[in-house]
Design a protein around this ligand. Structure first.
Ligand code: ADP
Ligand code: MG
Length: 853
C-alpha cells in the first residue's frame, strides 16, 4: 500500500467512522488515493466482517486498471483477494475481498441475489459523475439498508461533489474530507475559436503540443479527446510534428486491449504523451503529467428521439469537467493546461454536467428494477427522481414490447427474460424473437445497424447511387436488407475507405457497426442463444424487427402519398429513401426534421409486416372492436368491425345487426341534429311539451317533470328503439311514447290545468297557444265573440290568466289583454264608434257585458 498518498490522513477517522456509522461520505481531490486506498483501509483496518467491499465504478477501463493496481500494491494475484467484474469479464472468486465492478453489474447481481449477503460494504466511487446506474444503485442500497440489510456499509466518494444534497439524502452520514495537495496549473486558451469546417480539433491539439515542446515545458502530457476515433487521428497528427515524434505517444480508451491500457499508465524514461478519453479526467490517475491539452469534448450518453434509444453524442464538457482535466497537470508539480477553445466561449459553457437520469432513456433501467422485484417505482428513494414524462415513455415502451403488463405494471415472463440481457430492451426482445426463429446472427447485425449513424451516404451522387443499387438491389421487404448487403460489402473489403466511398458507404460507420455487431453476438452467446450460421428466411427477420420496434408500427394512409399514421396517435411520412412499398410496416428510426412551421416527421429504416404477425407476437395489443355509425347515404345505421393494433386500425368490415340501444342512440343523435325527423312529431307535440313545461313552472308544488334537452333526447332514443333505418324513424307513432312520459294522474293534471283549448262562457273552446315558460298562453278571439263574457277563466289552478288577442272582424289585432272587464270598461267605448262606422252590418252593443241574445 502507498503510504505517501494524501488520503492517508483520514485513515484513522475512517476506521472510527466505520465503527459508529453505516453511511460515510468521503471528499478528497483527484489523485489523492481514494479509489486505490480506501478499499484497502476498509479491509486492513477491520471495517469489514468476512464479506467483501464492492467498489462501484462508472467505467470499465478504470475498473480493470484499479483492480490491477491494487492487486499489484498488495502483491497478490489479480482475481483472488482483489478482483474485478465488468461486462463479459469476471476476474474474481468467492474469496475476493476487494471487488471493483461497473455500476450495472451490481444491479444485475441483485436479480439473482437480492440481499447480496456476501457484500459488507458498497463504495460508490466517482459519484459526482452521476451515472444512471450509480444513482439507482445508491437508492437501492439505501433501501436495502432500511430493510433487510441494516448492517450494509455505504460509502460515497467524490472529488468534486457538492456534498450538501448528498448529506441531506444520506441523513446521518459521516462526512470525511481531505484537502490533498495540488500545485498551480497555468491555464491558457485559444485566441480564436476553431473553425467548425476548416479546423479540426485533433490537429489543433497536435500543434499546441508541438508549441509547448518548443517552449521546453517540462513533464509528460495528457491530451483529452472524445473517443477512440479522435484519439487515433490525434496520434497521427502528433506523429507529423517534429518534436512530438520524439516522445512516446500512447492512446488510452476503453476499446483498447488490456496491455495497451496498462502501457499508458506505466512510467518510462522517455517523455510520454497520452491521448485519452475522459477516463483520465478523474477515474484513472497517470503519474508524471504536467501538461494537459483539452479538446473540451466528450462522448455523452443521451436519449436519441430518432432511434428511441440512448446514443453517445460528442458534446462540450462543462466548466467543472474542464477544471478537473486541468487539475491533472498539477498533481505532483506546477503544470500547464491548454484549452482548445476561447476564454469567452468558456464562460458560456454550463457549470456542471447534467446527471444522466435527466438525459437518458430509462426503459432498460426500469426493466431491471422491475426484475429485482420493485413493484412501485414512485416509492423508490431516488436521489433525484426522473422526470415523470421520461418514466412514462419508458413504461409505455416496456408495455409495447410485452415486458410489462399494462394494467398492473407487473413484469411479464418475457420481460424477465429480457431483463437478463445486458442491453436495451428493444434488442433483447429482437434477439429473443431471433432465437425462436433461428436467425440470431442476422438479427444481431440488424440491431447493430440501427445504432449509430447510417452506413449509407445520404447524398451520394447519381453514379454512385446506380452502382450501389446494382449491388444492393432495389427491392426488398426491409430497408435493412440493403443495409446488410452494404455492410457485408464493406466487411468483405475490410472497410477500405476508397472502395466504401465508391459504393456510397461510410467505412467508419460500417466498422463501428462491426464492433456493435460482435458485442451483440457475444451477449447473445452469453445468454445461451444459438448463433445460427444458416441464412434465415426474410420473413422471419422482418418479424424480429417488428418484435423490437413494436412501438413504431406505421400504416400508409394511401398508396399515392407517403403519408402514414403511426401507432399511439402519431403521424409521419415514409422516407423517400425507403424501398418498402407495403401498406403496413415498422420504422426503426423516426426523424423529426423541421420544415416550415410544423415539424415533419420522417419514418426511416422501414420493414414490411403483416397483420398476422402482430397477432402472433403481440396478441394482447390486437383487439377487435365493434363500431356502429349512421350512414347518411344509406340512410341507416350500419355496423362495422375494426381490428386494431393499439389505436391503429388494421382492418375494418361492415355488416351485422347493430345493438338496438346503440342504433337508437345514433338515430336519436341524427334527430337531435335535425337531419332526421318523426313525421308525427308536429306542432301539437311541441305544444304538448310547452304545456307541460309551463305548468311545471307555474305549479312547482305539483312536481311535474318538465321536458328539457336531456329528456327530449331520451324521448328521441325511446322512439328510435327498434329502428335501424331512417324510414322506420319517420313513421314511428309518436304520441304513445310522448304521453308515456307522464303518469295517468299527471296527464289528467295537464289536461285540466294547461288545457289545449279554453272554454269561454259556454260559447266556444278557444285554442290556447303556449310559448316558452314563463309566458302565459294566449288565445285569439274576435271582439264580437266575447260579447256577454264578463271575465276570462283562469288556468293552472287559478294561478294564470291567459292573454287574449282581441281582433277586429277582419282578424286584425286590436288589443292584447289579460283583463277583459277592464277592456270593456276603458277601451271598448272608445273604439266602438270606429267599429260601427267600418262594420255597419255588425251589431256593436253599448253594453258588451250584457248576456247575448
Ligand atoms: P483518487 O481515486 O483519489 O483519484 P487513486 O486512488 O486513483 O486516486 O490514485 C492514487 C494514486 O495511485 C495515483 O496518483 C497514482 O500515483 C497511483 N496509481 C493509481 N492507479 C495506478 C496505476 N494503474 N498505475 C500506477 N499508479 C497508479
Ligand atoms: Mg478515483
Amino acid at each position: 500500500m502507498s503510504t505517501a498518498l494524501p488520503i492517508v490522513e483520514i485513515r484513522d477517522q475512517l476506521k472510527a467512522a466505520c465503527a459508529a456509522h453505516r453511511r460515510i461520505i468521503i471528499r478528497a481531490p483527484t489523485g489523492s488515493g481514494k479509489s486505490t486506498q480506501i478499499p484497502q483501509y476498509l479491509l486492513d483496518d477491520g471495517c469489514l466482517r468476512d464479506g467483501k467491499v464492492v467498489v462501484l465504478q462508472p467505467r470499465r477501463l478504470a475498473t480493470r486498471l484499479l483492480a490491477n493496481r491494487v492487486a499489484h500494491e498488495r502483491g497478490v494475484k489479480l482475481g483472488d483477494e482483489v478482483g474485478y467484474q465488468i461486462r463479459f469479464e469476471d476476474v474474481s472468486n468467492d474469496y475476493t475481498r476487494i471487488k471493483y465492478e461497473t455500476e450495472g453489474i451490481l444491479l444485475r447481481q441483485l436479480l439473482s441475489d437480492p440481499e447480496i449477503r456476501d457484500v459488507d460494504a458498497i463504495l460508490f466511487d466517482e459519484f459526482h459523475e452521476r451515472h444512471l446506474y450509480g444513482d439507482i444503485m445508491l437508492a437501492r442500497a439505501v433501501q436495502l439498508q432500511q430493510t433487510t440489510r441494516p448492517d450494509l456499509l455505504i460509502l460515497v466518494m467524490s472529488a468534486t461533489l457538492d456534498t450538501l444534497p448528498l448529506q441531506e439524502y444520506l441523513s446521518d452520514a459521516k462526512l470525511l474530507t481531505s484537502e490533498g495537495r495540488t500545485y498551480d496549473v497555468d491555464i491558457s486558451y485559444r485566441d480564436k475559436p476553431l473553425h467548425p469546417r476548416h479546423d479540426n480539433v485533433m490537429e489543433a491539439a497536435a500543434e499546441a503540443m508541438e508549441e509547448l515542446l518548443r517552449r521546453d515545458v517540462p513533464g509528460d502530457a495528457l491530451i483529452f479527446m472524445p473517443g477512440a476515433y479522435e484519439i487515433q487521428k490525434t496520434i497521427q497528427a502528433l506523429q507529423q510534428q517534429t518534436r512530438c515524434r520524439d516522445c512516446l505517444i500512447l492512446p488510452l480508451h476503453g476499446e483498447l486491449p488490456p496491455h495497451q491500457q496498462d502501457a499508458a499508465v506505466d512510467s518510462y524514461a522517455q517523455r510520454k504523451i497520452i491521448v485519452s478519453t475522459n477516463v483520465a479526467e478523474t477515474s484513472v490517475t497517470i503519474d508524471g503529467i504536467r501538461i494537459v491539452i483539452d479538446s473540451g469534448l466528450a462522448r455523452v450518453a443521451r436519449f436519441d428521439p430518432h432511434r428511441s434509444i440512448n446514443t453517445l453524442w460528442i458534446e462540450k464538457v462543462s466548466r467543472a469537467s474542464a477544471d478537473q482535466r486541468a487539475g491533472r497537470a498539477g498533481r505532483t508539480a506546477p503544470g500547464h493546461c491548454f484549452r482548445l477553445w476561447t476564454e469567452r466561449e468558456h464562460g458560456e459553457r454550463p457549470l456542471h454536467e447534467t446527471p444522466e437520469i435527466r438525459r437518458v432513456d430509462l426503459s432498460e433501467a426500469l426493466l431491471n428494477l422491475k426484475a429485482i422485484g420493485l413493484a412501485d417505482l414512485t416509492a423508490f428513494p431516488w436521489f433525484e427522481p426522473p422526470d415523470p414524462r421520461t418514466m412514462q415513455r419508458a413504461v409505455q415502451l416496456l408495455e409495447d414490447l410485452g415486458a410489462m403488463e399494462e394494467d398492473s405494471g407487473a413484469i411479464t415472463a418475457l420481460g424477465r427474460k429480457m431483463a437478463s440481457f445486458p442491453m436495451h430492451p428493444r434488442y433483447a426482445r429482437m434477439l429473443l424473437a431471433a432465437e425462436s426463429y433461428q436467425c440470431v446472427r442476422q438479427v444481431a447485425l440488424v440491431a447493430a445497424l440501427t445504432q449509430g449513424r447510417t452506413i449509407l451516404t445520404r447524398r451520394a451522387n447519381k453514379d454512385t447511387r446506380s452502382q450501389r443499387d446494382d449491388v444492393l438491389g432495389e427491392e426488398a421487404p426491409s430497408d435493412f436488407f440493403r443495409l446488410m448487403r452494404a455492410w457485408h460489402y464493406a466487411f468483405r473489403n475490410q472497410f477500405d475507405l476508397r472502395r466504401c466511398q465508391n459504393m456510397g458507404v461510410h467505412a467508419q460507420s460500417a466498422r463501428q457497426v462491426h464492433r456493435v455487431y460482435e458485442s451483440f453476438l457475444r451477449m447473445a452467446k452469453q445468454q445461451g442463444l444459438t448463433i445460427n450460421e444458416r441464412a434465415g428466411d426474410d420473413e422471419l427477420l422482418c418479424k424480429c424487427v417488428l418484435a423490437g420496434f413494436a412501438d413504431q408500427v406505421a400504416q400508409r394512409r394511401d398508396q399515392s402519398t407517403r403519408n402514414c399514421v403511426v401507432v399511439h396517435g402519431r403521424t409521419g411520412q415514409l422516407s423517400s429513401e425507403s424501398i418498402v412499398d407495403d401498406p403496413l410496416f415498422v420504422a426503426a428510426a423516426i426523424d423529426e426534421i423541421q420544415r416550415g412551421q410544423d415539424g415533419n416527421v420522417e419514418l426511416q429504416l422501414a420493414t414490411r409486416i403483416e397483420v398476422e404477425w402482430l397477432q402472433e407476437l403481440f396478441p394482447s395489443a390486437v383487439k377487435t372492436a365493434r363500431h356502429a355509425v349512421y350512414d347518411p347515404k344509406l340512410k341507416r345505421v350500419v355496423q362495422s368491425q375494426q381490428k386494431r393494433y393499439h389505436d391503429l386500425v388494421l382492418e375494418s368490415s361492415s355488416g351485422g345487426e347493430p345493438a338496438p340501444e346503440l342504433a337508437a342512440q345514433l338515430l336519436a343523435e341524427e334527430v337531435r341534429r335535425g337531419n332526421l325527423a318523426f313525421n308525427q312529431w308536429d306542432d301539437q307535440v311541441e305544444q304538448w311539451i310547452l304545456r307541460l313545461n309551463n305548468l311545471a313552472t307555474w305549479c312547482p308544488d305539483w312536481e311535474l317533470p318538465a321536458i328539457g334537452d336531456e329528456e327530449r333526447n331520451l324521448l328521441f332514443e325511446q322512439l328510435c328503439l327498434g329502428c335501424v333505418t331512417a324510414k322506420e324513424v319517420r313513421t314511428r307513432p309518436v304520441w304513445p311514447v310522448v304521453k308515456g312520459f307522464l303518469s295517468a294522474q299527471q296527464l289528467q293534471l295537464l289536461q285540466q290545468h294547461a288545457p289545449e283549448r279554453l272554454d269561454i262562457g259556454g260559447k266556444r273552446a278557444f285554442r290556447l297557444v303556449y310559448t316558452a315558460p314563463p309566458t302565459p298562453p294566449s288565445l285569439s278571439a274576435r271582439i264580437q265573440e266575447l260579447f256577454g263574457v264578463k271575465s276570462l277563466p283562469t288556468i293552472a289552478g287559478g294561478r294564470i290568466k291567459p292573454l287574449v288577442h282581441l281582433l277586429a272582424p277582419n282578424q286584425r289585432p286590436v288589443q292584447i289583454t289579460q283583463d277583459l272587464p277592464n277592456f270593456w270598461r276603458e277601451h271598448y267605448p272608445g273604439i266602438r264608434k270606429e267599429l260601427k262606422r267600418r262594420y255597419p252590418k255588425h251589431a256593436w252593443p253599448e253594453d258588451p257585458e250584457a248576456p247575448g241574445k
